[in-house]
Design a protein around this ligand. Sequence first.
Ligand code: IPD
Ligand code: CA
Ligand code: CA
Length: 280
Amino acid sequence: MYKPSQNKLEILLEVATEAVMTAGVILQDLWGKLEKIEEKGRPGDLVTEADKTAEAAILNILRRRVPQHQILAEESGLLGVAESDYLWVIDPLDGTTNYAHGYPIYAVSVGLLIEGIPQVGAIYDPFKKELFRAAKGLGATLNYRSIQVSKTTELSNSLLVTGFPYDRQETQDTNYTEFCYLTHITQGVRRTGSAALDLANVACGRLDGYWERGLSPWDISAGIIILEEAGGKISAYDESTLILKSGRLLATNGHIHHVLSQALDGALPWLQNFYKAKSL
Ligand code: IPD
Ligand code: CA
Ligand code: CA
């Protein structure tokens, strides 16, 4: 794996920071003033002028500061130099459904993959004024203070978070079963509506673990490096190496990784038994 020098990583992290902070101001300015909310195809998958304006501002910054790199932006697709090993992955507004309803859980997320591996990331929550940042080997911070994952070792003591895919009306892989089982055996499972903040909140120890399917690279690229640098673990549900495009992610403080993976696997038989026992 190619790893740039510390100096270069710091410069790239500054680029990511400028991008999320600029977009954050736009999201705050447009808060509560939306005129146009559209559906992108699947029910509930929304896009607003806030997504588009924030993305345009991020693209301007990247075109000016790293014109030689490639970009994958949620609303604009693939842009920039196709041969580059550097791919910026942008979610201009993560939590659009919350934002459109005036529910203040949303963020902007900018990650950088180098040879396909997340190495730089910044996530900004304009409502709480929280900036999460990390670069490979340089640690993770929240508002420039170092962060670490939680020390929770038991599922029964853990607070988890998850989400439900936009294609839930067309698939049986809805995550409803897993949600029921994990709710039953932990201190709780939250559903915030922002994958980027879910990862950031595991990174700073407020939550112990997160799983979700149906995610896109822009939802998680920045969050992955922030969580890893905070000491957390990322994989596929079965603990194999994460394939970013699979959209199926297990992210924890490391201590509960194996037990959470096993619990996801055991969710369906548990629910079947649960209902069988109830009907007796
Ligand atoms: C969504 C959020 C949500 C997750 C969805 C994402 P968007 O992103 O991260 O938490 O459950 O899968 O698509 O659409 O608000 O950018
Ligand atoms: Ca998103
Ligand atoms: Ca988005």
